[in-house]
Write a protein that binds this ligand. Structure first.
Ligand code: SAM
Ligand code: SF4
Ligand code: SF4
Length: 349
């Protein structure tokens, strides 16, 4: 590092990045393992039984995660999201949630999960202070869902997770559906019908070229606007304002009052200009973009005895140099052969 400590450190926020974006959100991956093998994220054939996932001592401990989270909050982060791989595979997760929930300045503490293990954990997570849950559900069709989980999961498990979250007192869930043309797009209206009239907000996410292993092809992407057209033809929609500029989803409400849906369209309508998200991998690397090739190691300085002040300066310095805007430059960068990105299961989306 060795760079001078950025001037605006004193007012409790990180300096804006090189494109003027502040630091607002931290996504924390707590484990790189997953109990599913979604072909768009962790295709089964790429992960042999001897694939080297992180060993426990390579992962940040709860003490280390909490310490870093406090530093990030000191730099302006207000939203924390726990993710994976599959975060519910991390032992004693409610304990980490309780620690993070106690950090002053955290306004939103959320979790993204495939839901398979949620029925047992929903209540302990709620009791620990988790605010919100996002679940992933790509199809209600049993065979399609099974295929999209790499043969490891069942749609019924996710519906059981929705019910468990409701019982535990999580009100409005977000339900993420990654849409792949010719794979699950025929089931979109069925999903909309299922969640219309509930408090839950279904969000359709464009299939992204994350990682290096998912064989992404532009033809597989169903643009959000196309999906919206299909849904609007059946249940007319009206646009809603975003809650915040940094929100990834475009919000729409059903004209008949049956609730809200969202579209996350990073391929057809990139939103890098408002991207305030930092990502921490389970082994303590800081990624400034979902499509970054590499991360900045925070574990070594953390374990090497660096002070909070120095770690804070290090993170502020990394952020101040951030110029990422991959989704806005996708076509140009792919044409230039820049195809190497961190795997999604390592930083969790
Ligand atoms: N395992 C958890 C889950 O699936 O919800 C959390 C981690 S997962 C990587 C986070 C989100 O990323 C999920 O909603 C998943 O559907 C989404 N995702 C994974 N690969 C994707 C891809 N290639 N394009 C778009 N979204 C993707
Ligand atoms: Fe696992 Fe989530 Fe990736 Fe699917 S999307 S393989 S559930 S980490
Ligand atoms: Fe943010 Fe990178 Fe996604 Fe753009 S491509 S919105 S900079 S994470």
């Amino acid at each position: 590092m060795g760079a001078p400590i950025p001037l605006r450190m004193h007012d409790g926020t990180a300096p804006a990045d090189a494109l003027g974006r502040t630091l607002g959100d931290l996504r924390i991956s707590v484990i790189d393992r997953c109990n599913f093998r979604c072909p768009y994220c962790m295709p089964e054939e790429q992960y042999a039984h001897d694939h080297a996932f992180l060993r426990a001592r390579e992962r940040l401990s709860f003490d280390e995660i909490e310490r870093l989270a406090r530093i990030f909050v000191g730099l302006g982060v207000r939203k924390l999201r726990l993710t994976g791989g599959e975060p519910l595979l991390r032992r004693d997760l409610p304990e980490l949630v309780a620690r993070l929930a106690r950090i002053e300045g955290v306004e939103d503490l959320a979790l993204t999960s495939n839901g398979a293990l949620l029925p047992k954990l929903a209540q302990p997570l709620r009791d620990a202070g988790l605010h919100r849950i996002t679940l992933s559900l790509d199809s209600l069709d049993a065979a399609v869902f099974r295929g999209m989980s790499g043969g490891r999961g069942e749609a019924a498990q996710v519906l059981a997770a929705v019910a468990a979250a409701e019982r535990a007192g999580f009100g409005a869930l977000k339900i993420n559906c990654v849409v792949l043309r010719g794979v699950n797009d025929a089931g979109v209206l069925e999903l909309v019908e299922h969640f219309r009239g509930t408090a839950h907000v279904l969000r359709f996410i464009e299939y992204m070229d994350v990682g290096t292993l998912n064989g992404w092809r532009a033809e597989g992407v169903v643009p959000g606007a196309e999906l919206r057209g299909r849904i609007h033809a059946r249940w007319p929609l009206r646009p809603l304002p975003r809650h915040a500029a940094s929100e990834t989803a475009e919000r729409w409400r059903f004209e008949d009052g049956a609730g809200e849906i969202g579209f996350v369209s990073p391929v057809s309508a990139p939103f890098c200009g408002d991207c305030t998200r930092a990502r921490l991998s389970a082994d303590g690397r800081l990624y400034t973009c979902l499509f970054a090739r590499s991360g900045h190691d925070l574990r070594e300085p953390l374990r090497g005895g660096e002070s909070d002040f120095a770690l804070r300066a290090r993170i502020a310095d990394i952020w101040s140099h951030r110029g990422d805007r991959y989704s806005e430059r996708r076509a140009e960068l792919r044409a230039a052969g820049i195809l190497e990105h961190v795997e999604m299961y390592r930083i969790g989306g």
